[in-house]
Design a protein. Sequence first.
Length: 317
Amino acid sequence: MRRGLVVLTRLAAALLVLMLAVMGGGTASAQDGVVRFRFFYAEDCEHCQALKNELFPELLAEHGSLLEIVHLEISDPSVFQQMVALEKAYQVSPELADIPEVFIGDRVLIGAEQIREELPGLVRQFLSEGGVALAPLVQGEQGATNDSGDPVARFFLFHSPTCPHCIEVIENYLPTVYEKYGDQVESEYLNVQESDNYITLLGLEKKLGVPEDRQGSVPVLVIGDKVLLGGAQIPAELEGYIDEYLAQGGVDYPSLDDLPEVVLPTPVPAVQILAFIDTGHADFPALNNLMLSLAQEYDTGLQVYPVDLTVEENAAA
């Protein structure tokens, strides 16, 4: 679980009140005098369950129909996205964010201890002020949606079919991501054995500030302005960024416009062959076809240097 404790500064709280007022709700009194708040929790969180079973029944017994609690279980990706969006709106740093978490009026309470200490008093305060509505959910400035109109996170995966870590990510990890997020995730795989894709990779890495000594290796996943390098970082961080971008309204594929110019070094072939040939020999066509097929298969990894023995100066050498 994410742990932490946050107390909004007066300045941050004032800014939040202003922001919520502009968005059309926030700390304004509820017309029916009811206090409403959101409670984010996880089924396997003992502190969350203790609040649900102990504190909340006491508050409901005390205030009855004047108190409404919206329970939100974060194993649902859409619920988790709501929580992340509210944490951004309430200026909760990722290091301090945690569950259980309560959003009530212009306040956020994080962790069971703070909720137990402060929530009863806040409920009474907001009741005395005429109630409080749920804070509106926030959509990010950037966004991308799928055909159903839901936020979608799109990313590029640069890979090579001969790279074991790439194969592991593609065959074993990413299918779990697609199963978890459904049509809210879209991707495009780019094979760096195709020179255009390799140049695109280097350009994106250069544009997004990847150190030069770490550029060019695969697998590489680019989502928004984030670059995840290697078979360890991708599964460790991808889903966190997907949640973040979906909470902001989605994110499209990284722009490939205005990429910095990349000059590729001339590769040194991994295998070089010096072939002595006799173009007049009966077996020459078969040998020539073999060399051509090898060159096509291995591309720049193989270089054949033919020496024609029918040329007098070559024969003399």
